[in-house]
Design a protein around this ligand. Structure first.
Ligand code: FES
Ligand code: FES
Length: 163
C-alpha cells in the first residue's frame, strides 16, 4: 500500500506492506537512520519521533496510521544551516551521552517533555523520561541536559527577532 505524509518538512510516499511499522518505513524506505531500533517492543524509546508535534515510539505505530501526518525525526530538528536544536546543544554541552545509541530518541522525547512540561524538576524529568532507556550513562548527565535544553528552548523562543 502507498502512504503519504510529511517528514522533516518534505512530502514523502512509502510503498510498503500494511503491517510495516513506522520505524521501518523511516529507516528502510526513507533511509533516515538516525531513528534507532533498540527493542522493537515499545520499551526502550530509541525509535522516538514526533507525529503531529508529539513524541511517539515509532516501532509501535503502523505506517498506515500516519497517513497525512507531519513527522519529525532527529534529522529534522536542527536548523537548515546545521545549527543544533537547543536540546541537541544541551546534550552536547552536558555530555548527556556515551555510545549515543539512545540519544536520538532521548532528544526527541526531551523536546516533547520541555514543550509540554516546561520547567520540570529533575525528579519530574526522570519520571517523564521513563520510557527512554539508556544502558550507558546512568542518566545523571541526561537529566542535566534536559534541564539545560529546556532553558535553551525557552531562551530561543523568547529571543527578539533581529531588525
Ligand atoms: S525500538 Fe521502539 S521502543 Fe525500543
Ligand atoms: S548513551 Fe549508550 S545507550 Fe544511552
Amino acid at each position: 500500500m502507498q502512504v503519504s505524509f510529511t517528514v522533516n518538512g518534505r512530502a514523502a510516499t512509502v510503498d510498503a506492506p500494511p503491517n510495516t511499522f513506522l520505524v521501518h518505513a523511516i529507516r528502510e524506505h526513507l533511509h533516515l537512520t538516525g531513528t534507532h531500533v533498540g527493542c522493537d517492543t515499545a520499551q526502550c524509546g530509541a525509535c522516538t519521533v514526533h507525529v503531529n508535534g508529539r513524541a511517539i515510539k515509532s516501532c509501535n505505530v503502523l505506517v498506515a496510521q500516519v497517513a497525512g501526518a507531519e513527522i519529525t525525526t532527529i534529522e529534522g530538528v536542527a536548523q537548515p544551516d546545521g545549527t543544533m536544536h537547543p536540546m541537541q546543544a544541551a546534550f552536547k554541552e552536558c555530555h548527556g551521552l556515551q555510545c549515543g545509541f539512545c540519544t536520538p530518541g532521548m532528544v526527541m522525547s526531551a523536546i516533547d517533555l520541555c514543550t509540554y512540561h516546561p520547567n520540570s524538576s529533575e525528579t519530574e524529568i526522570r519520571a517523564l523520561l521513563d520510557g527512554n532507556l539508556c544502558r550507558c550513562t546512568g542518566y545523571q548527565n541526561i537529566v542535566k541536559a534536559v534541564v539545560m535544553g529546556g532553558q535553551n528552548m525557552t531562551a530561543a523562543a523568547t529571543k527578539p527577532v533581529a531588525a
